[in-house]
Design a protein around this ligand. Structure first.
Ligand code: PAF
Length: 282
């Protein structure tokens, strides 16, 4: 595995692959890699000739008072895991190279509507930071395809919309969430949980499953189901930012005839903010 940390070095590494007509997959990450990321890599290797992984803890997607400074950074372990997983190229740009000017005066890209709902309501500017850094990575790497975890479902839709609206020739693949045996979705932020919080965190997916079961049983009182789920979470000390039943296609509130739904939730538990979702096909 080659490792580069500047844009000229990235371009030099990609050039021979392009000359040979090889396809390139990009897996954008913020590092502190776990089995969920490795699943993205596995899928990337299956679909493309070459796999590039970027590691960049992107300051513009963190709000004031959020965990940018304390976000877990584990570069040696990450590189080791990526080497073992058969990645061709690791790209780790520095913040000063990605954002040479004050981010407040830089060009940014925004996906309106979708970005303002759900997590966007609680993390203003978050999806603008995600969309901007992902667009920069797409321009830098120019991949044929890119892979993102379905755990961050709203992020996945924001990126799909970005790619469609700006006519980017990049196929976006969502990869199913990888879970612990008790259902907790893998996330770098799970490391913030103490043992008691970690045990209670499994309630998040259990509540999503209960909501999915209610929908499967024919209930259409969406607000009532959301309320029951939020109450069950609060009873375990998980503080919901939101619990929402939405359409899978665009995250709009569903009508009684919609068949492809998704239950999404974000909760605060100790130092962690956890998000998860459960698609429902009726
Ligand atoms: O999902 C993430 O890890 C980040 O939001 C991403 C897509 C790498 C952009 O910084």
């Amino acid at each position: 595995m080659r490792s580069v940390d500047t844009l000229p070095a990235l371009r030099r590494a990609l050039h021979p692959w392009r000359m040979r007509g090889q396809t390139v997959a990009l897996v954008p990450t913020m590092g502190n890699l776990h089995r969920g990321h490795l699943k993205l890599v596995e899928e990337a290797r299956r679909r493309a000739d070459r796999t590039v992984v970027s590691i960049f803890v992107n300051p513009t997607q963190f709000g004031p008072g959020e965990d940018f400074a304390s976000y877990p950074r584990t570069p040696e372990q990450d590189a080791e895991q990526l080497r073992a997983a058969g990645v061709d190229l690791l790209y780790q740009p520095a913040v000063r190279d990605m954002y040479p000017a004050d981010p407040a005066t830089m060009t940014f890209v925004e996906v309106p509507g979708l970005s303002e709902d759900l997590c966007g309501r609680f993390r203003p500017g978050h999806f603008r930071g995600v969309a901007t850094v992902v667009l920069k990575l797409f321009h830098q790497v120019q991949p044929d395809l890119a892979l993102f975890g379905e755990k961050d479902y709203q992020q996945l839709l924001v990126i799909r919309r970005l790619v469609a609206d700006l006519d980017l020739p990049i196929a976006i693949h969502g990869v199913p969430t990888v879970r612990e045996p008790d259902g907790l979705a893998l996330s770098s932020r799970n490391a913030y949980l103490n043992p008691d919080e970690r045990r209670r965190a499994a309630r998040l997916y259990a509540c999503l499953e209960a909501a999915a079961a209610a929908l499967g049983a024919g209930r259409r009182d969406f607000a009532q189901i959301e309320g029951e789920c939020a109450e069950a979470l609060a009873a375990e000390g998980l503080k919901p930012d939101y619990v929402a039943i939405r359409r899978q296609s665009d995250l709009a509130p569903p009508g009684a005839d919609d068949r492809r739904l998704i239950v999404l939730a974000a909760v605060r538990l100790g130092r962690a903010r956890l998000i998860d979702n459960r698609p429902v096909e009726l």
